[in-house]
Design a protein around this ligand. Sequence first.
Ligand SMILES: Cc1cc2nc3c(=O)[nH]c(=O)nc-3n(C[C@H](O)[C@H](O)[C@H](O)COP(=O)(O)OP(=O)(O)OC[C@H]3O[C@@H](n4cnc5c(N)ncnc54)[C@H](O)[C@@H]3O)c2cc1C
Length: 291
Amino acid sequence: MKILDYAKPQDLEEALSFLSKAPEATKILAGGTDLIIQLRSRETEAEYILDLGGLEELKQIRLEGENIILGSMTTFTQVEEDPIIRKHVPVLAAAAGSVGSPQIRNRGTVGGNIANAAVAADSVPALMALDAKVKLVSTAGERVVELVEVPVGLNKTSIRRDEILTEIIIPVPKENTLGAFIKIGRRKAMAIARLNLALQVTFEADRIASARLALGAVGTTAYRVPEVEELLAGQVLSAELVDKACKTVNEVVANKLGSRPTAPYKKTIAAAALRRAFARLNAAKEGGAGR
Ligand SMILES: Cc1cc2nc3c(=O)[nH]c(=O)nc-3n(C[C@H](O)[C@H](O)[C@H](O)COP(=O)(O)OP(=O)(O)OC[C@H]3O[C@@H](n4cnc5c(N)ncnc54)[C@H](O)[C@@H]3O)c2cc1C
């Protein structure tokens, strides 16, 4: 298929109008770290390319009331270094910092990471554990959906072809919330995750008021683990509780992967990653870190 037209608009209205002309034949280009490879290998095809690179409005990170608004075109480097992200949601800064190489982090965007829906996308479990929502805009209007509803299968999302993901909306975590992001990769540098895990825990005095756990690369999409979240809520964090949580995550992953050959390995590393996340939380708790 030949590319017939390429547009790099300077505002969202213009971008939506270009996209609305032939949504099924158009591909949205963000940083291009996934798309260019897919176009070259003919894994995907397009007649029209809509480059979002000119949309400065999608490259901002700001606090708005009780939410952090992350533009979809913010790069991993921007996210990793941003003071708002580091202060309020360090789990996301850690996920962004774990991506690929400096070159990939400088080009790859969070919006592209979500929309590409690779099972090992590093920002996705972190954003799921943060209860993030996404804003999807088309010429027909806009909708805000929970991020957990976006990935629906391997490289498949619920984003319509006429929609642009414009913003990721992250509620500012309560005081006394601690988080950890754990990635288990193949090699140290440039590693696509074999498993990634994000844990967010809010404490009230000595008890866990609420917990959020999300896993990636252990199923066809990233997902939350309510079985562990419910087990943790209302409890005092103890070695026994950590053991129970690790046993539960092991069972959840085993059920999810069924008889796949990777199941025995993945359920073991999921439990080990969760144990490591709790160790990080404990260290941060003792060190007096908040949020
Ligand atoms: C060498 C290498 C190493 C990598 N390492 C990692 C890693 O460690 N962890 C990790 O998570 N990823 C990794 N990646 C994958 C990649 O960098 C990410 O998925 C990246 O976040 C994609 O963002 P992008 O801006 O480059 O998107 P693009 O490639 O431009 O687009 C990706 C897809 O999303 C769609 N899209 C993009 N933006 C929008 C939007 N705003 N609205 C609607 N649709 C949109 C595009 O149409 C396309 O289908 C790696 C890639 C490479 C090449």
